[in-house]
Design a protein around this ligand. Structure first.
Ligand code: ZN
Length: 253
């Protein structure tokens, strides 16, 4: 029998209920399709592209592309600020404490650093992926839990969604026919999306806090992601999985 659909877990959305407008451009010189939602460029539902990285034409940066190396926070320190208007900021402190307890990452309140992450109120949950060297965001709506905050900070420190691993087709099946129109791109591997990255270990981790659920972005109530054999799986937003922790330690040795 298949796993039950994990209806109680809400995966992360930048602007839940708001229809995005399909858009495209060159991100760090690589052509990408994304959704424009409330004037922000969003892909994979909760990843906000850095506006300064998007150009209408390919740039000379096309041959460099983005690497994990440039997306890492120097000295494993994430400088942060919390908007006073953010409801329930204890979510942020709990998420940071969880990450500090399990990884080498340390969070330090920003003073004058140019590169830092601002936690602020929003309608949904979203974040930029990796260190930008300037102001970047974790957006947390009222519905975002501590687990959602850990997921978003996972993006902040450079984690992609688990289902975008380059080797994911060995472990899962993506049912593109069931995906809401305009969102198929979000189910591509980071390589197809034009980003560099690395896959830690030799297996996809269904228990990763960065894993999409089987019904995410379904247009018809049928699963968008299953195991290779077609069966469902359960996701979690309790905390970093052992492989999430190992991945972060590999990124930040
Ligand atoms: Zn995400």
């Amino acid at each position: 029998m298949s796993d039950p659909q994990p209806e109680q877990i809400h995966t992360e959305r930048a602007c839940p209920g708001v229809a995005g407008v399909p858009d495209s451009g060159y991100v760090k010189g690589v052509y990408m399709r994304y959704m424009t939602v409330n004037s922000a460029a969003v892909f994979q539902g909760d990843i906000i592209l850095h506006p300064e990285d998007i150009t209408a034409e390919p740039s000379i940066a096309q041959t460099t592309g983005r690497t994990r190396l440039t997306a890492k926070w120097p000295d494993k320190i994430v400088y942060y600020a919390i908007d006073p208007a953010l409801p329930n900021p204890t979510r942020v402190y709990a998420a940071m404490a969880h990450i500090e307890a399990n990884t080498p990452i340390r969070f330090v309140a920003r003073t004058t650093q140019r590169g830092y992450v601002l936690f602020r109120n929003s309608s949904g949950c979203s974040a930029n992926v990796g260190y930008s060297g300037s102001l970047q965001y974790v957006n947390l709506g009222r519905g975002c839990t501590v687990g959602n905050a850990i997921h978003e900070i996972g993006h902040t420190i450079g984690l992609w969604h688990e289902h975008t691993r380059s080797d994911r087709d060995q472990f899962i099946r993506v049912n593109y026919d069931n995906i809401v129109p305009g969102y198929s791109y979000d189910f591509n591997t980071y390589i197809v999306q034009g980003y560099d990255g690395f896959d830690y270990g030799n297996q996809l981790d269904l228990s990763s806090i960065m894993m999409y659920g089987p019904y995410d972005f379904s247009k018809n109530g049928l699963p968008t992601i299953t195991r290779r054999d077609g069966s469902l799986y359960t996701i979690q937003r309790n905390g970093l999985s052992p492989l999430d922790i190992a991945t972060i330690k590999a990124m930040y040795p």
